[in-house]
Design a protein around this ligand. Structure first.
Ligand SMILES: *Cc1c(COP(=O)(O)O)cnc(C)c1O
Length: 616
């Protein structure tokens, strides 16, 4: 893997950002003329805040040997990076001044103007040479000068998120060093750090690992310790840590197990009805007069939505772990019904937590869950809605880890849930890719999906994340509009926070409390977004757009009339944006819209929205 160094760290805020992203090295600049200078005392206090496993490097320009040695011996830094006219004699003298020379390293920087500089770097007696464009000038040198440099080396000079992949492709450097590339107006910028780290890790996936057919495994390498950039993680009470660790270990064991994969594939095929169809919406395409519209028909799955993909995967995993009982949270009841379905199929006990208010609003789903053999526990705490049901399910899990698996319903919650749920839903994009290649002979130009927690969207995006020609668009529920309080559009209106075990974006009030959210669509009515989406948004790989109730209802009616398909009101949000996008594109281009579910369940509320009361 490519090593990364973030240089010129000088503030506590920088260290906090660094700790989240975990580069291999950070640099303290001890050269008094630098605008990034830090005094040794300041470096000592910053070093004390640094996460384990990140190595501090000191940057010097012709400093007295004893000053450099003192900082190394005191372990304020473990590596000295020399940027002046230090020669081999200086390096030797420095080594001799160290109390534990084997534990410390010396890097010597060379400003590359021509082949002679490369040759000097190759011959240095330092532990590693650094090839640089100049002293913090922020510009790159001619990388073609480096040809088959035959020892490990660091590369610096003008590196930033936008060019680091090209730099690595041209030079194959061991370590990339950046400073001005992660700054805005001379100050370190956490978003740019995140983008840089992501660019390096993405390049690594494609270039540093031996290619296997298992892209899932390779992509997981962007996700060290359950992080997606700064998002994700495990923000859990101590009492739940054992449960998530047990789950992570079991998932790591089974996810590539041929027997597990075969059993899941059979369930998908014979029980859920996969692969789901990719339908060319010809009338819609003709009516809009632009890109071809394809619909990915998750609505045709057993139980009528994509949620079955996730629950079958998790129930099978739970069974392999020896669990006999599934618990779940549910808001509108869709995930509760899906979980109760899987539990019935696999002969497991099932308890579903549902806010009391939601139980009353969704009596039909409560009946279905009971019919399927599940117990429904009405939750009366808090606002007696979804977020309280999540808390109740987590509490229950704490007290019965031995026989119980918590079947979480979307790509949210603490690691490993966002990864597990994504992997089970990724079947959607794997199928879209194959079906589009068969139908069109090329990948789609855009993939659209609605985003509640984000599971059908990440499932639709996943296999296209490394295909830059495919635009990825997540459609959030704007409710009555993003400038009103009645909205659930997290990317448009939310802020960074920690809730339900993860760091991500959440709709919050002015005090940082989770804000009440609203949408006509119960499935999109969640105040957060999965951490991988937050990251895809940060790095600009996916775009998130708000879609109002009114636009979604119009799309719901439009598709029913034009194609004879009543989509879930959630899915109608994605469709609504496709209706705007398609006419701006060429007829040889194509858009895939994931129809996450069918709309029978929504007829009563859409009729009411239009002023009509339906009764049985
Ligand atoms: C639950 C649900 C959603 C929202 O969940 P995600 O995790 O964002 O996919 C979307 N569509 C339908 C039909 C649903 O049932």
């Amino acid at each position: 893997m490519t090593r990364m160094k973030f240089c010129g760290i000088s503030r506590s805020e920088d260290v906090a950002a660094v700790n989240e992203l975990h580069p291999d090295y950070i640099g303290f600049v001890f050269w008094p003329k630098s605008k990034r200078f830090v005094a040794p005392a300041r470096a000592r206090s910053l070093k004390a805040q640094l996460a384990q496993g990140i190595t501090a490097v000191g940057v010097f320009v012709d400093a007295p040997v004893r000053e450099v040695a003192a900082l190394l011996n005191e372990s304020v830094i473990d590596i000295a990076q020399l940027h002046g006219n230090e020669d081999d004699a200086y390096i030797q003298e420095l080594r001799q001044a160290l109390s534990a020379p084997d534990a410390k390293s010396i890097v010597k920087a060379y400003v590359v103007k021509g082949p002679a500089d490369i040759e000097a770097a190759r011959q240095t007696s330092a532990d590693m040479p650094l090839l640089d464009a100049g002293l913090g000038g922020g510009s790159a040198f001619d990388w073609t000068l480096i040809q088959e440099f035959d020892r490990p080396y660091m590369l610096a000079g003008g590196l930033e998120a936008g060019n680091v992949a090209e730099a690595l492709s041209r030079t194959g450097a061991t370590c990339v060093d950046t400073s001005s590339g992660i700054e805005t107006d001379g100050v370190k910028d956490a978003t740019k750090m995140c983008a840089f780290a992501t660019a390096v890790r993405t390049w690594d996936e494609a270039n540093r690992t031996t290619h296997t057919t298992n892209t899932k495994k390779e992509l997981n390498m962007t996700n060290p310790r359950g992080r997606f950039g700064v998002h994700g993680g495990q923000y859990m009470p101590e009492t739940l840590m054992n449960a998530v660790i047990e789950l992570e270990e079991a998932y790591d064991r089974f996810k590539d197990d041929p027997e597990f994969k075969r059993e899941l594939a059979t369930l998908f095929d014979e029980y859920a009805g996969r692969p789901s169809k990719l339908y060319f919406a010809e009338r819609t395409t003709r009516d809009l007069g632009g890109a071809k519209i394809y619909l990915k028909r998750e609505d045709l799955n057993h139980t009528g939505a994509h949620k079955i993909n996730n629950v079958l995967g998790q129930a099978l995993l739970a069974k392999k772990m020896g669990k006999t009982r599934l618990i779940a949270e549910t808001g509108a009841g869709q995930h509760g019904v899906a979980t109760a379905t899987a539990a019935a199929l696999m002969d497991m006990e099932c308890v579903v937590f549902m806010g009391k208010v939601d139980c009353e609003r969704q009596a039909l789903n409560v009946y279905k869950m009971r019919l399927l053999g599940a117990e429904v526990v009405p939750v009366t705490t808090g606002t007696a809605t979804l977020k309280d049901a999540v808390s109740a399910a987590m509490r229950e899990w704490t007290s019965r880890i031995a026989d119980t698996h918590y079947c979480l319903g979307s790509v949210m919650g603490p690691h490993p849930f966002p990864t597990i749920v994504r992997d089970f839903q990724a079947v959607i994009s794997a199928e879209i890719r194959d079906q589009m290649l068969e139908r069109e002979g090329k990948l789609p130009d855009a993939v659209l999906a609605c985003v509640g927690g984000g599971s059908n969207a990440i499932g639709s995006f996943y296999h296209f994340i490394n295909e830059p020609s495919v635009q990825l668009i997540g459609c959030e529920a704007a409710g009555r509009g993003i400038d009103t309080f009645e909205t659930a559009a997290t990317i448009a209106t939310g802020r960074l926070g920690i809730f339900h075990g993860m760091k991500s974006y959440f709709c919050q009030d002015e005090y940082g409390q989770i804000a009440p959210v609203y949408s006509i669509s119960a499935g999109l009515d969640y105040p957060g977004i999965g951490p991988e989406h937050a990251w895809l948004h940060d790095i600009g790989r996916a775009t998130y757009v708000p879609v109002t109730d009114e636009e979604a209802v119009q799309a719901f009616e439009y598709l029913s009339r034009l194609e004879g398909i009543i989509p879930a009101i959630e899915s109608a949000h994605a469709l609504a944006y496709a209706l705007k996008l398609a006419p701006t594109m060429r007829p040889d281009q194509s858009i895939v819209v994931t129809l996450s579910g069918r709309g029978d369940k929504d007829c009563v509320s859409v009729a009411r929205y239009r002023g009509e009361e339906l009764s049985e």
